[in-house]
Design a binder for this molecule. Sequence first.
Ligand SMILES: *[C@@H]1O[C@H](CO)[C@@H](O)[C@H](O)[C@H]1NC(C)=O
Length: 235
Amino acid sequence: MKLILYLSILAGTTFFAHSSVQKEDHAPYLVYLKSHFNPCVGVLIKTKWVLAPAHCYLPNLKVMLGNLKSRIRDGTEQTINPIQIVRYWNYSHSSPQDDIMLIKLDKPAVLNHKVQPLPLATRNVQPGTVCLLSGLDWSQENSGRHPDLRQNLEAPVMSDAECQKTEQGRSHRNSLCVKFVKVFSRIFGEVAVATVICKNKLQGIEVGHFMGGDVGIYTNVYKYLSWIENTAKDS
Ligand SMILES: *[C@@H]1O[C@H](CO)[C@@H](O)[C@H](O)[C@H]1NC(C)=O
């Protein structure tokens, strides 16, 4: 677990390290899952539901939406407790498969320009499609434990065949692989890795052990669409 965590931080770092310009990108669907453990990112899919990796099922989880900067308040920030957390029925800690869960919020999120739900993918994405990777990062003035900056990056989706040939891709079912165009050189700092958004729809979410290099492995959200829709039936 430690190793996995380390690798994901390492990979995530190399991932966004290039963004020396620290402007906040627009990614109003990203929520921060605050806990006493490692940082996790989820996606608001309905006003009362967040989709997240199942390995983010952590004690004392709080869902933070809107502005994440603690020094500057702008009225968009909200902290909501989960009322129910449903992990995918076949998820197990010992395997990176089916790493997906749904969090029901205690009360609906109040939507504003920094808090907006993202629709789910309704089909598989074509290999080669350039998608948006969104994640949370730490701004330069933030030396705390919690990220405060939304960041976006573009990357093309790989074909399944191409992905299966990589060391990371081989062991996964229901995965979505993206190819990082740049391989970043800096290896420290921190980041919480991200989600894949293709044509403005949620196509992938982070897998627990993101191995780095120039390939990113995500859970293919489309494969879980009927489970998500059945579980998160109410608004
Ligand atoms: C459930 O997960 C296990 C371990 O990843 C896998 O071997 C099995 O095929 C999965 N079952 C289904 C029905 O997806």
